[in-house]
Design a protein around this ligand. Structure first.
Ligand SMILES: NC(=O)c1ccc[n+]([C@@H]2O[C@H](COP(=O)([O-])OP(=O)(O)OC[C@H]3O[C@@H](n4cnc5c(N)ncnc54)[C@H](OP(=O)(O)O)[C@@H]3O)[C@@H](O)[C@H]2O)c1
Length: 272
C-alpha cells in the first residue's frame, strides 16, 4: 500500500498532491492520552493503522489518532512484529470475518496467499474453521503448508479459474484484472472479495447473472477487531512473517525491495 500510494496509486487520491507523509502501520508507547480517553494510559504498548485511507504520517516518531483506532500489543510480541500487523491483518479480518463471514465448513480460495495480507488471511481463515485453498509460487508452498493451508496451487502453472471449483469465497490479493476468470472458481451464490484492484465491469455483469456477491473492500481502522487479532496472536494461532527491518532513514531501500517483488512477508521501519 505504501509504495503504490507513493507512486500515485493505492490510496493516493485521499493524500492529494505530493509531498505527503506516508505510512499507516504503527506500534509504540502511548505518550499522552487526550481528555475522555478511558481505554489507554501513558506507557501502554499499542498498535494500529490510524486514519486510513487519509494521511496518517506514520513514518515518524509520533502519531495522534482517535483512541479506538488502536489496540493493546499482546505480551511477548515485539514492536517490530506488532507494527507489521495492523493494515495487513485488518484487511484479512474485514475480508474474511466481516464480509465473507467465514466459519466452520466454509471453503475459501486465497489468491496471493504468501503475501503480506495473504499469509495472515490464511491463518485467520483456519482459526475460524475454514478449508483453505491457496495460490502462490511453488517456491512458497512449504511456507503455505506451515500456515495450515489444505491445498496449494502453483499460480505460475495453473490459471486461477482452474485453481478450485465451487468455493464459497475467493479473496483476491493479487489484482491482475483476473476477476472475470476468478468467478469460474466460485459457486453460484458465493462471494468474490476483490481487495487488490476491484472487479471489472465484465466480472460484475457475470456475477449478477450467477448471484455471486462482489465486494470491493477498502480496509478501515478498527481497534476492536485489532483486539481480536491480538487474541489470536496471544493464543498462538496467528504469526506474522517479518522478513526484514530497516531504519527509517533507509525507507527508500525498503520501498525498492517491495517494488521489486523479491520479498515474502512484511518489511518494518524502525524509529529511534
Ligand atoms: N483494499 C484494501 O483495503 C487493501 C488493503 C491492503 C492491501 N491491499 C492490496 O492487496 C494486495 C496485496 O497486498 P500485500 O501487502 O499482501 O502484497 P504482497 O505482500 O506484495 O503480496 C502479494 C502476493 O501476490 C503474489 N503475486 C505477486 N505477483 C503475482 C502475479 N503476477 N500473479 C499472481 N500472484 C502474484 C505473490 O506471492 P507468490 O509469488 O507466492 O504468488 C505476493 O506475495 C496489493 O495489491 C495491495 O495494494 C488492498
Amino acid at each position: 500500500m505504501d509504495w503504490k500510494t507513493r507512486r500515485g496509486r493505492g490510496v493516493s487520491k485521499w493524500a492529494g498532491e505530493p509531498p505527503f507523509g506516508l505510512g499507516w502501520d504503527v506500534a509504540g508507547v502511548v505518550a499522552d492520552a487526550g481528555y475522555g480517553v478511558t481505554t489507554f494510559a501513558p506507557g501502554d504498548r499499542v498498535f494500529g493503522m490510524p486514519w486510513f485511507p487519509r494521511v496518517a504520517g506514520a513514518y515518524a516518531e509520533f502519531v495522534t489518532a482517535p483512541s479506538r483506532q488502536f489496540a493493546h500489543i499482546p505480551d511477548g510480541l515485539s514492536f517490530e512484529e506488532a507494527a507489521a500487523l495492523p493494515l495487513a491483518s485488518l484487511t484479512a479480518w474485514q475480508s474474511l470475518v466481516d464480509t465473507a463471514r467465514v466459519e466452520d465448513g466454509t471453503t475459501v480460495l486465497v489468491h496471493g496467499a504468501s503475501g503480506g495480507v495473504g499469509h495472515l488471511a490464511v491463518q485467520v481463515a483456519k482459526a475460524r474453521g475454514a478449508r483453505v485453498i491457496a495460490t502462490g509460487r511453488a517456491a512458497n508452498h512449504d511456507f503455505l503448508c506451515s500456515l495450515g493451508v489444505d491445498d496449494c496451487v502453483d499460480r505460475e502453472a495453473v490459471p486461477i479459474q482452474d485453481a478450485a471449483e465451487g468455493v464459497d469465497a475467493l479473496l483476491d490479493f493479487v489484482g491482475r484484472d483476473e476477476t472475470r476468470a476468478e468467478l469460474d472458481a466460485i459457486r453460484d451464490g458465493g462471494l468474490l472479495v476483490a481487495i487488490a484492484s476491484g472487479a471489472s465491469d465484465e466480472a460484475h455483469a457475470e456475477a449478477d447473472r450467477r448471484a455471486i456477491r462482489v465486494a470491493e473492500l477498502l480496509v478501515e481502522p478498527d481497534g476492536r477487531a485489532l483486539g481480536e487479532i491480538a487474541a489470536l496472536v496471544d493464543g498462538g494461532r496467528l504469526k506474522v512473517s517479518l522478513e526484514r527491518t530497516f531504519p527509517l532513514e533507509e525507507a527508500a531501500q525498503a520501498h525498492q525491495l517491495l517494488e521489486s517483488g523479491g520479498h515474502r512477508g512484511k518489511l518494518v521501519l524502525t524509529v529511534k
